[in-house]
Design a protein around this ligand. Structure first.
Ligand SMILES: [Zn+2]
Length: 285
């Protein structure tokens, strides 16, 4: 099952449970007014419900408890502060076993995943914080909810769910047709460039607040650009064919955040050492 299909099944269940919701709201964290297809409560339900199936798409959770604990620790550092701490989202950070697919992604409402393949390419905590911060940015930016509204997936689903519950045959086949179209849309659903740039800017902000040097996110862009594309495009690179340009925007964000230069107290943290891929203290730093 493709991740999109898992998600659509859960979207349908959530909509059946709560009803379709669409509104224009000002996001208190990004300050942006956006049309969203889900309430924050629905986002949390959707994320929690779909997390186990989405994890299975990338080999399931990594069985090494120390790898999970290290990731959780860095993730917590990012979300326990500032405005993020006061959102209703339930953040959880999981390493997935997949050693081939270089990827990280977020589900609505808080679940955030990184594959072993990506983790193995990262060199230090700050780079990891940059990846996780970017994904937290997608969650608090409510990008999935906005994307679902944009594709009118939500409205269509309500129609389909409504039609499917009526017993006449004509309605049933119409519902099935609509459903097939939504599955296709959902599978193709990607964040737009604007969302990626917003997530990058947010990543710079929260990784800095957590004490990490935001320039590490620039390294992440280079690492991702060098990662050869497999059969599945990593979320990070699939929607932005121009990492150079994205790096430029990150540089600008760092410059406006720290006009006097990046303070010395912001560090790259501990080193992440392959092939164990566990985070080890570095004595000589
Ligand atoms: Zn992204």
């Amino acid at each position: 099952m493709r991740p999109g299909r898992v998600l659509i099944a859960v979207v349908m269940a959530v909509i059946a449970l709560f009803g379709y919701y669409a509104s224009r709201e000002k996001n208190p964290i990004t300050g942006k007014t956006q049309s969203v297809a889900l309430s924050q409560e629905q986002e949390v339900v959707l994320g929690l419900q779909s997390a186990p199936q989405m994890a299975q798409e990338f080999g399931g959770p990594d069985p090494d408890p120390s790898v999970q604990a290290d990731l959780e620790q860095i993730g917590r550092k990012l979300v326990r502060q500032g405005k993020v701490a006061h959102t209703p989202y339930r953040f959880q950070f999981k390493v997935l076993r997949d050693e081939q697919t270089v990827n990280a992604f977020a589900l609505p409402g808080g679940p955030i995943f990184i594959t072993r393949a990506l983790l193995a390419r990262l060199e230090n905590e700050a780079q990891l914080a940059g990846v996780l911060g970017h994904e937290v940015g997608h969650v608090v930016g409510r990008h999935s909810a906005e994307q679902i509204a944009k594709t009118q997936l939500g409205e269509g689903l309500v129609g389909a769910v409504g039609v499917a519950t009526t017993s006449d045959d004509h309605g049933g086949s119409q519902g099935a047709q609509q459903m097939a179209a939504f599955v296709a849309q959902m599978t193709l659903m990607k964040y737009g460039r604007e969302h990626e740039l917003e997530a990058d800017a947010f990543g710079v902000q929260i990784m800095s607040e957590a004490g990490y040097d935001p320039r590490a996110l620039l390294d992440v862009m280079t690492i991702l650009a060098n990662a050869s594309g497999g059969s599945r495009q990593p979320e990070f690179v699939s929607t932005h064919p121009d990492p150079g340009n994205r790096q430029e925007r990150i540089r600008q964000k760092i410059a406006t955040t720290f006009p006097e230069g990046v303070p010395g107290r912001l560090t790259v943290g501990r080193r992440i050492t392959p092939p164990q891929r566990s985070i080890l203290p570095v004595a000589d730093r």
